[in-house]
Design a protein around this ligand. Sequence first.
Ligand code: GLV
Ligand code: GLV
Length: 326
Amino acid sequence: SLPKVVITRPLPEAGLSQLREQVQLVENKKDRPMQRTELLEAVQDAHGVIGLLTDRIDAEFFDAAPKLVGYANYAVGYDNIDVTEATRRGIPVSNTPDVLTRATAELAWGLLFAVARRIVETDGVMRSGHWPGWGPMQYMGMDVSGRTLGIVGAGRIGTAMALMSRGFDMPVLYLESPSGRRNQILESKVNAQCVSWEELLQRSDFVSVHCPLTPATRHLFDRRAFRKMKNSAILINTARGPVIKEDDLVAALREGDIAGAGLDVYEKEPVMADGLAALQQAVLLPHVGSATHTTREAMAELAARNLLAMLHGTVPPTCLNPEVLA
Ligand code: GLV
Ligand code: GLV
């Protein structure tokens, strides 16, 4: 009989056709995250699972799925997966890098411009019917061209975001990666400068966050960090919410430590910190970094390819722990 694969929430169909031919798919048809007990019950006799960043893939999950041969995450971020535990059990796990790099980088730019030029706030003025007509002192924002862009997390998405600054002639700063490797692409293509954390905070007009969520990056941006930034600085986060201590961000925006923020992710999704929604200098999006039709289809296809490889015992294209298959 065909192996059984659980998909924890409806995904774009175009990416799933190959999988559909080769396995017995069991799909959660409800467009909401599965409750924990629902998930643990659904995976009881599953050979494979395609899950979401909202599903916690840990020892309890693996215990509930004794037949599991592989797990494919429908996300590039994998802070929801205990990879060490998966590896200990010899279970391959995968994510969806590359296919969503440009979409996420583009959204970071969308947020950057929306905050700098007050696009959401002033759209509200038009809709309210209260625009009195053009005025020389109205709705002034901040120039983007020529300003300094600081990248926190110069990996795939951070690099793509920074490369897109070429049209705006921006000096680019970035942090050394934890491995100590320099980003040759950024240094050669946009003359990017590798700087310290302090220097990045002090010199950047825009800071864009693209690092993964790890113990080292949790609450990287707290009140101390905001106080080091320029009062005119704008912070963009399309990575993971907990990288920013959200209560501290609200305080920093209220008190003018920084000028604005564009957020696509939150510390306790789907909830936002008290006070954030009332701040006009923040533009707030519902975690849509990868949400374009073609990107979401490509993510489904990549997750499906990863899972099929796991079921066949071959190395998946974007495996997080390929050593378990060696
Ligand atoms: C989305 O947040 C992802 O990690 O793909
Ligand atoms: C503004 O509309 C300008 O032409 O400067």
